[in-house]
Design a protein around this ligand. Structure first.
Ligand code: ADP
Ligand code: MG
Length: 937
């Protein structure tokens, strides 16, 4: 081996994709050259210099025993680190080989209690490439996905149809590392969306690992060849993703494949669809600002254990559609909620347990020490205690019994017994120096210990024996590192020792000797100690392997304890916050009595509100001033639905929740823009996703959608979306809008209704009434539309200068005068109804398009010109036609308005050149602007 250390390092480094290499050199792991510089910068290590073959290199090192924390720190900073261990060949030369590569997704020693998912994503071969042309990568499916948490053995795979659905899954699992399949690597759009939605680092794992044949082989090998079919994994894409993960895990050498005991497959039908945006909007596990504090999870999490916390997060982000499962959860929660003492005892017992799933993975990877196995033993010991509590008392009739009976209790007791008889009560941290096992566990070990004790006892008595035999008084026997065991005799008597004592050292006041017999005993002790260390390590490995073999059992027990923990947590929250059991129903109903927002109610004196959606009225337009509570009202509907489908109680006095297949929410660009998150473009893309994905069994929440653009575009988009959702999709929808004009849709679309969030002084509906007054938010949602424009009022309150505010009112009035929008009816005639803003009443009304031959043309003209649209022309015309509906005492009586209307009537839009038309419209506007504000009461 002529190669120097640094050359060895550099050649190993050249062969790995890892960012950094840690190479064992005796008792240290060393980094050299650039790696040393980088590591020292990241981790504050001291850099020294190593000379090799005439050159000198920077060098930084960490002791063997301290590699793990350094590794963790590096991986958390996004580096992958290869570890090369040192081996001795037959000739006694040292060589090094990479034994493990640590990456974010394969870090087994994590201290974070959250799940740590490694994900793989593959897309069908590029035959479908052209699909990217329409509306981004969303058309370009299907995709295969797999997610593995190597720290717990969780392993899931699925196939989804669109990039949006793939993103939603990635967002939900929040992988720390993502293996991108061959086609995905070239999909910049998807990659950048993934980067935006997850914090995971992207890894380019070998392309052929994703190949269907290779992947299927890997899956078959891991789970038994027939399993790929028996677990229902018939999606080649899902197999490809799962196979890539298995090969990657194998390649990194983390050694946890034994704890990856099952591959769960799931389909979109099992779960409620929650796209990534909705997950974020609803602030399930983190707020819009990315904090976990203030999220729904942070509010309802009363779990006692980290597996419980993980499971709660999983349930929350993956609500179900299976009513039987949901009812089982609700039954358990109901029982637990009313059995406070039993619940408290359960929680205390659970709190004494450890993370069995993680321990199983540590055992499988060979990184579990004696303390970890003790933790397994202690946690398994809780099983009978919990079972007694559950089956022996008031909880007996609940589905909790089935949960605690699910794991193989006999096997668990067996393993616990094995560990109890094997492990010492307080074993050392290292597993190579003995002291791990109890007496009586192993015959040879017992013998060794006996001999060892006998040898020690002989040494213990040696000083006394020498004293009495040779008549010496100053004699002691001790041991140190350099001299081993020695007999020390005081200087005054040093000359009196027998000849058999051979002198080793002279000190100031004494001399040290050894005898053949003592040396012999010493060798025996060393031999025994060495043998004991070896034997105990061997025995320990066998024991650890036994635990690893039982990975599936530990996962079962761990899962059962986690479920009980989560159910207790739900019950605790329900009891503490006065939540009720939701009644699950078939899709198409949502009936909430005195509902609250689960998070806002924690910090606010919350005003409860009712909500009822059914087949007759399934679409509500929610109006009301800024800050009145529209968004909160709608979110609370979504969250109550979601919580019910998580199997939790809900914040309401009573609730009937029809099980939905998906919840979709969009928040208008304005709110989102404020957080630098969105553009109008994104808002529209997301709206389009909803329109494509929602079904008649979905719940759609639109919050000020269309707001991120000029009024005309915005209102048109909102209008069209409403019609589409109502007519084509037919799902439940809540739509908060500041376009009051939309509220007239209720007259045209039979399932659309209006509600508004009341403010004080609302009843008289007088626009001038609130001017200069403070708005008092009542937070109660009432029937019917709101009839004022509070945006300007709020601007006023916020101190916007008076001339600006009054000018804004002016402009608003004009804008209102200019709208003519068609409402397409859901059924019946193909013919559009035209809703027309009536100058007389100040509201929209409708008439059939056929009544006016110019309708279509007018609408077109309205779209093709700018804000001062000649649509006003049309308005005047219809006003006269429908003046019978005008309310009394309106501005329509004003002679100036009558004059404008007359002028409108006499104008033939089709014949008038655009520029002339514009001029006319402007002059009419000027006239109208001088008219006093309308008094409608
Ligand atoms: P909007 O969407 O109408 O602008 P939000 O829903 O954002 O209004 O609510 C504004 C504020 O009012 C929020 O801070 C919220 O906490 C509070 N709020 C909303 N609804 C209620 C309610 N029912 N009871 C008490 N406070 C509420
Ligand atoms: Mg809002």
């Amino acid at each position: 081996m002529a190669q120097g250390i640094v050359e060895q390092f550099l050649s190993i480094k050249a062969d790995t994709d890892a960012d950094l290499l840690a190479m064992q050199c005796g008792d240290f792991y060393e980094f050299f050259a650039d790696d040393a510089e980088l590591v020292s910068e990241e981790l504050d290590l001291t850099v020294s210099t190593k000379s090799s073959h005439g050159s000198s290199y920077p060098m930084a090192g960490v002791p063997l025993s301290e590699l793990t924390p350094y590794m963790k720190a590096l991986v958390e900073r996004g580096y992958t680190v290869a570890v090369a261990d040192q081996f001795e060949d037959d000739a006694g030369d040292f060589y090094r080989e990479i034994t493990r590569t640590v990456t974010p997704g394969t870090l087994i020693e994590t201290a974070d209690s959250n799940a740590q998912y490694l994900a793989a994503i593959v897309r069908a071969a590029p035959a479908t490439q052209s699909a990217t042309a329409d509306g981004g990568s969303d058309g370009a499916g299907p995709y295969g996905l797999a997610f593995a948490d190597i720290t717990t053995g969780q392993f899931l795979a699925c196939e989804v149809d669109t990039a949006g659905a793939a993103l939603a899954e990635c967002y939900r699992f929040a992988p720390v590392e993502l293996l991108a399949g061959p086609a995905v690597r070239n999909d910049d759009e998807l990659l950048s969306a993934l980067r935006e939605r997850t914090d995971g680092s992207l890894t380019l794992h070998a392309t052929d690992a994703f190949a269907p044949g290779r992947a299927r082989h890997a899956v078959g090998e891991q789970f038994g060849s027939e399993t790929a079919d028996s677990i229902g994994l018939d999606s080649t894409l899902a197999v490809q993703a799962a196979g890539a993960i298995l090969s990657y895990v194998a390649e990194t050498g983390v050694g946890v494949r034994q704890s990856m005991t099952r591959l769960q497959t799931y389909t979109a039908d099992d779960h409620l669809t929650l796209d990534a945006t909705t997950q974020r909007n609803l602030e399930l596990v983190e707020t819009m600002h990315g904090d976990s504090e203030g999220s729904l999870l942070s509010v309802i999490d009363h779990t006692e254990t980290s597996p419980g916390g993980r499971l709660l997060r999983e349930w929350l982000t993956r609500p179900r559609r299976d009513r039987d499962e949901l009812d089982r959860r609700l039954d358990s929660i109901e029982t637990l909620a009313s059995a406070a003492l039993a619940r408290q005892r359960l929680r205390e017992t659970l709190g004494d347990g450890y993370d069995l799933e993680r321990l199983a993975s540590r055992a499988a990877s060979g990184s579990a020490g004696a303390h970890q196995l003790l933790a397994v033993r202690e946690t398994l010991a809780l099983l009978p205690v919990l079972a007694d509590e559950i089956t022996g008392g008031e909880l007996a009739d609940s589905p909790l019994s089935a949960i605690i009976e699910r794991p193989d209790r006999a096997a668990a007791a067996d393993l616990q017994e094995t560990l109890a008889t094997a492990l010492a009560e307080d074993p050392p941290k290292t597993v190579t120096q003995g002291g791990l096992f109890r007496a009586g566990y192993h015959e040879e070990l017992d013998e060794l210990l006996e001999q060892h004790e006998a040898a020690l006892a002989w040494i213990d008595g040696l000083a006394d024996r020498i004293k009495s035999r040779y008549g010496l008084s100053h004699v002691s026997v001790s041991r140190n590192k350099t001299d081993g065991y020695y007999i020390q005799v005081g200087r005054s008597q040093a000359e009196d020792v027998p000849d058999s004592f051979s002198h080793v050292k002279t000190l100031k006041n004494s001399k040290r000797f050894v005898t053949d017999e003592l040396a012999e005993r010493e060798r025996e002790i060393l031999r025994l100690e060495e043998r004991r260390g070896e034997l105990e390590y061997e025995l320990f490995e066998v024991l650890r392997e036994r635990v690893a073999e039982q990975a599936a059992l530990l996962q079962d027990v761990g899962r059962a304890l986690a479920e009980i923990d989560v159910l207790c947590s739900f019950a605790t929250h329900a009891a503490g916050s006065n939540w009720c059991r939701p009644e699950l129903a078939a899709p198409g109903t949502l009936d909430i009595d005195a509902g609250r927002h689960p998070v806002v109610e924690q910090t606010t004196e919350f005003v409860p509100n009712n909500l009822r959606l059914d087949g007759e009225r399934g679409f509500l337009l929610v109006t009301g001033p800024n800050m009145s509570g529209k968004s909160t009202y709608m979110r609370q509907a979504a969250l109550i639905t979601l919580l019910a489908q998580v199997g939790s109680f809900v914040p309401a006095r009573a609730a009937t929740v029809g099980v939905v297949d998906g919840i979709y929410t969009r928040v208008g660009a304005l709110d989102e823009l404020a957080q630098g998150r969105s553009t109008f473009m994104v808002e529209m893309q997301e709206l389009s996703n909803i329109l494509h994905s929602a079904t008649d069994e979905s719940l759609v929440i639109l919050d000020e959608v269309g707001r991120g653009t000029a009024t005309y575009d915005g209102i048109s988009i909102a209008w069209a979306a409403t019609e589409y959702i109502h007519n084509q999709i037919g799902c439940h929808c809540l739509f908060a809008t500041h376009y009051h004009e939309l509220t007239t849709l209720a007259e045209h679309l039979d399932r659309v209704g209006n509600v508004h969030v009341a403010v004080a002084g609302d009843a008289d509906g007088d626009e001038t009434h609130t001017e200069g007054d403070d708005i008092t938010f009542l937070r109660t949602v009432q029937e019917g539309p709101t009839d004022r424009s509070y945006g300007i009022h709020v601007a006023d309150l916020a101190g916007v200068p008076t001339p600006v505010v009054s000018r804004a009112r002016d402009v608003l009035g004009k804008l209102r005068d200019e709208k003519a929008i068609e409402a397409k009816s859901a059924s019946g005639s193909e013919e559009p109804t035209q809703a027309v803003f009536d100058l007389g009443t100040g509201s929209f009304r409708s008439h059939s398009a056929s009544e006016t031959a110019e309708t279509a043309e007018t609408a077109e003209t309205a779209q093709s010109t700018n804000a001062s649209s000649p649509a006003a022309t049309h308005t005047g015309e219809t006003t006269t036609q429908q003046s019978a509906t005008a309310t009394n005492g309106t501005a329509a009586d004003d002679p100036e308005i009558q004059a404008v209307i007359a002028a409108l009537k006499s104008t033939n839009i089709a014949e008038t050149p655009p520029v002339e038309l514009m001029t006319k419209v402007q002059s009419w506007q000027a006239t109208l602007a001088d008219v006093e504000p309308t008094q409608t009461d």
